[in-house]
Design a binder for this molecule. Structure first.
Ligand SMILES: Cc1cc2nc3c(=O)[nH]c(=O)nc-3n(C[C@H](O)[C@H](O)[C@H](O)COP(=O)(O)O)c2cc1C
Length: 217
């Protein structure tokens, strides 16, 4: 971004510099040292994982932390083919779309990254996995030291495998993982079901508090 387009995109709001990226994605960058958490949601806006994230986000905001969600469930993208061009030439993934590159840049700027997903055949939904494989293979060194946390929604079974699958991305690149008082799952097929899972909701609130603690330290 050149200086002119940066100035056009930036606005000072109450001591906070809000930078709106080309493509509509906003990430509040704190001049005052305010911490930011970015969630990548493998589901859809308004879906179950979005709801679970909203609970985490509410707690984070109460803790004075900025929180933003990018929903990628409907994106059209390719998986990693292990061409290794990113490693050989130290460059962005040749298969990543411009949109994916913007998501990765937002992840690099955040203090913590939350990966959220509804369960698909006992694992991570395909679109999410395609994105994460490319993002983490090409950028692990940029994520080192950031806090990571996984959030899963499940109507029936497969939550632990999905949770485990998401945590694999953090634990291969030296990201400390924020945990909660149960494995981070909220149960239900619909958002209304999720609202009735009191323990799941408490788990998300505790997760939000623990992410805040980790990034503030
Ligand atoms: C292809 C596919 C696979 C699924 N696999 C599972 C599964 O393994 N376990 C489960 O509990 N639910 C499974 N489901 C149900 C989804 O997790 C459920 O539809 C989820 O609530 C998605 O809703 P959302 O889009 O509102 O987040 C599956 C759904 C689809 C479409």
């Amino acid at each position: 971004m050149n200086r002119r387009s940066f100035l056009k995109a930036a606005a000072i709001v109450g001591g906070t510099l809000a930078v709106r990226e080309v493509g509509g994605m906003a990430l509040k960058k704190a001049v005052s040292g305010k911490k930011t958490v970015l969630a990548i949601d493998g589901g859809m806006a308004g879906g179950t994982s979005d709801y679970a994230l909203s609970v985490v986000g509410e707690t984070l905001r109460e803790e004075g932390v900025d929180f933003e969600v990018i929903h990628i469930g409907e994106a059209v993208l390719r998986g990693c083919t292990a061409c290794r061009t990113c490693r050989r030439e130290e460059r962005a993934c040749v298969l990543a779309t411009e949109e994916e590159i913007r998501w990765i840049e937002a992840m690099k700027r955040a203090n913590a990254v939350v990966l959220a997903a509804p369960t698909c055949f006992g694992g991570i939904p395909g679109t999410m996995k395609s994105f994460l494989d490319k993002a983490f293979f090409a950028n692990s060194k940029h994520f080192k030291g950031k806090t990571g946390a996984a959030v899963v929604t499940t109507p029936r079974t497969g939550a632990s495998m999905t949770f485990e699958g998401l945590n694999q991305y953090f634990t291969i690149c030296e990201m400390p993982v924020a945990s909660s008082t149960y494995w981070n799952n909220v149960r239900g097929l619909t958002v209304d079901d999720l609202k009735n899972d009191a323990e799941g909701i408490r788990t998300m609130q505790n997760l939000g508090r623990n992410i805040a603690k980790l990034i503030k330290n």
